[in-house]
Design a protein around this ligand. Structure first.
Ligand SMILES: [Zn+2]
Length: 270
């Protein structure tokens, strides 16, 4: 085992020589590339000089990694329900998280690891679309266009039908869910089930695995939507109840017609 001369990380066979007995890791080599420090300069400069050139980047990267680890740990402390490492949620905290996965390690001993999480409010979810190669295969949502609940019925049925079509073996390059949010800062949260550009055969076990997890995610979001919808209904009922109360106050002569009209207008947003 040897160590990177610049950042001190352990390095295996994937290392770069910067002169006799001096090695650096791929990440430092990449950073030196970005600073246009080429083959000859690497050998000419001392380790300290090389360090000075890229240490700010290494440090800011470390800080970013630490912060990301913090976010992950914070969310895990909520004991979230996990749909594999695709979708985590904690209903009591009104939060869901999309873990960012990355392939870490070498070509043969590498594995997927969660390197960061994006965290959002469950109560802000207003809809979703499941998209396969640009085509919406299932969707659901709140609001006027979706009165009564979910278009296209239960997502499980739709996706189930697709998994059932084993005979038709397609190639798919994109499988994702777009979650629509009632939040101007993040109106759309996208979760891709696999790296865009990979080609998946629909008869492949891996694809079935992605689709199965996506079905679970969509079903969970359907539950969120039903909850959020009943909350909206609650607010509406509340408004009418309040108007009724003001009507009682008017009828018993406590408030004037003018005051009642004003309140009624306000509450019903007329
Ligand atoms: Zn290094």
């Amino acid at each position: 085992m040897s160590y990177c001369d610049i950042c001190g990380a352990e390095i295996g066979i994937n290392r770069y020589s910067i002169g006799k007995g001096r090695w650096i890791c791929p990440k430092c080599s990449h950073l030196l590339d970005s600073k246009k420090v080429g083959f000859f300069e690497r050998r000419r400069l001392s380790t300290d000089d090389l360090k000075a050139k890229i240490m700010p980047q290494i440090n800011s990267e470390r800080i970013a990694i630490d912060l990301a680890q913090n976010r992950i740990q914070q969310f895990l402390r909520k004991n979230p329900t996990k749909i594999d490492d695709f979708f985590w949620f904690s209903e009591k905290d009104d939060l869901f998280a999309i873990p960012e996965q990355q392939f870490v390690g070498g070509l043969f001993n590498g594995k997927k690891e969660v390197v960061d999480v994006r965290v959002y409010k469950i109560s802000n979810v207003i809809g979703y679309k499941v998209i396969e190669d640009g085509i919406t295969i299932s969707k659901g949502g709140l609001g006027r266009a979706f009165v009564g609940g979910i278009l296209f019925g239960e997502v499980g049925a739709v996706v189930g039908a697709i998994t059932g079509e084993k005979k038709e073996n397609k190639k798919v390059t994109e499988l994702r869910i777009d979650i629509e949010m009632n939040d101007t800062a993040t109106p759309l949260v996208t979760l891709s089930m696999f790296t865009k550009g990979l080609v998946m055969s629909t008869d492949n076990m891996t694809y079935t695995y992605y689709l199965e997890n996506l079905r679970k995610i969509a079903s969970t979001i359907n539950v969120f939507l039903k909850r959020n919808e009943s909350k909206d209904c609650g607010v509406v009922l509340d408004k009418f109840e309040q108007v009724k109360k003001y009507k009682d106050l008017l009828d018993s002569g406590i408030i004037t017609q003018e005051e009642y009209d004003k309140k009624r207008k306000e509450l019903l947003e007329l």
